[in-house]
Design a binder for this molecule. Structure first.
Ligand SMILES: [Cu+2]
Length: 128
């Protein structure tokens, strides 16, 4: 099993994992679903001068998209300078892909009371 996982990882590097992944998926549907989940995008709404949900937990490699549903401008800005959306106008959205594990607090530069957190876990390579 361990050897198979390693060869799958090697195939991934070579970019020819499509067939191997498909074969694996047909045998383990649950496994395939998990793989899909780790690649999922997560949506955060900005409404009522708040990030909804306020805290999200994602796997490394997940793209988080903030969409502004308010009639005021907002930003989604990392407290530690990891990313800065700039102004997100009403109806607009901003996406950022989290590649590194950790806890990332962020805020709105325009409204200091708006705060949120993205918790990024470690991606499970064997599930991909
Ligand atoms: Cu704001």
């Amino acid at each position: 099993m361990r050897i198979f996982a390693l060869s799958l990882a090697a195939a991934l590097v070579l970019g020819s994992n499509g067939a191997a992944l498909a074969a694996d998926s047909s045998m383990k549907p649950g496994h395939a679903m998990h793989a899909k989940k780790t690649m999922a995008a997560v949506a955060v709404s900005i409404k009522g001068f708040a990030f909804v949900p306020k805290a999200v937990s994602v796997a490394a490699g997940t793209t988080v998209t903030w969409t502004n549903h308010d009639s005021a401008n907002h930003t989604a800005t990392s407290d530690t300078g990891v990313w800065d959306s700039g102004v997100i106008a009403p109806g607009k959205s901003y996406s950022y892909t989290f590649k590194t594990a950790g806890s990332f607090p962020y805020h709105c530069k325009i409204h200091k009371s708006m705060k949120g957190t993205v918790a990024v876990g470690v991606a499970k390579k064997s599930a991909m």
